[in-house]
Ligand binder design. Structure first.
Ligand code: ZN
Length: 246
């Protein structure tokens, strides 16, 4: 009798999912983005995964998860925390983190089963070896930074052999489409395992400086600091005039 041909199991299929990493909602002091508008943008543009990162709160991510589920959009719960050594992003966390020391924030992110990502390492950061060793990934492109600072961030990630992340750092609606990235998912692995390897860039575009001043205006209006509001307003108007000339 002939042996039955053995069926070789085919390797689990690899798929790529479109993801927006590093975005803010109106739960951040400097953003007016409504979670509903973010989800509508994602649904209209075939975005499958959203990784919102409000300042100090996971409320925006929770709201987006609820709204996104209706469209089959997966949401990673995350937030961006200011610390004594600069901002640290936590992804796949479950609760807000109240520590303000970088090392404690990173430890808390890990204790919650999350990934600690170092955003824009050369903006307002005092980096230490300990912080660099313990983060799980580095943002090598941030749409709100200069080319030079992004290049330095890329060199740092390569030197430390850390996975790369590309952030829209969107605070306003027009910034949502600036950075197009994908995450490669092997077979049925959990999304966390796929994101832990970093993201793949598809299109990277810098934001307009006017947008940065616009979000500063939102923050100073909420904080009731009229002088700062006026300073940002005049800078925004100057940028808009310059934008129109080019
Ligand atoms: Zn941010």
């Amino acid at each position: 009798m002939k042996n039955k041909p053995r069926r070789v199991p085919s390797p689990p299929a690899t798929t790529r999912k479109r993801i927006i990493f590093h975005l803010h909602t109106r739960h951040s002091v400097d953003s007016n983005l409504a979670p509903r508008d973010i989800v509508a943008f994602a649904a209209a543009n075939g975005i499958q995964v959203l990784a919102p990162t409000d300042h100090h709160t996971i409320l925006g991510a929770r709201e987006i998860r609820e709204l996104g589920a209706e469209h089959g959009i997966e949401t990673i719960i995350g937030a961006e925390f200011s610390t004594d050594h600069g901002d640290i992003i936590g992804l796949f966390i479950e609760e807000d983190i109240f520590a303000r020391k970088a090392q404690e924030v990173i430890e808390e992110i890990h204790a919650q089963g999350g990934l600690a990502i170092l955003p824009h390492p050369y903006r307002h950061h005092h980096l230490t070896d300990q912080v660099l060793d313990s983060v799980d990934g580095i943002e090598v492109f941030n749409a709100r930074l200069t080319e030079q600072l992004n290049r330095l961030a890329g060199e740092l990630a390569a030197l430390l052999k850390k996975p790369s992340f590309y952030g829209a750092d969107a605070h306003l609606l027009p910034e949502l489409g600036l950075v197009r990235t994908e995450v490669e998912v092997h077979g049925g692995e959990p999304l966390r395992a796929a994101v832990a390897r970093g993201l793949h860039p598809v299109q990277l575009q810098a934001t307009r400086p006017a947008h940065i001043y616009r979000s500063k205006m939102i923050a100073s209006a909420r904080r009731r600091t009229p002088l700062r509001y006026l300073r940002s307003l005049s800078k925004m108007l100057l940028c808009q005039i310059r934008d129109r000339r080019h």
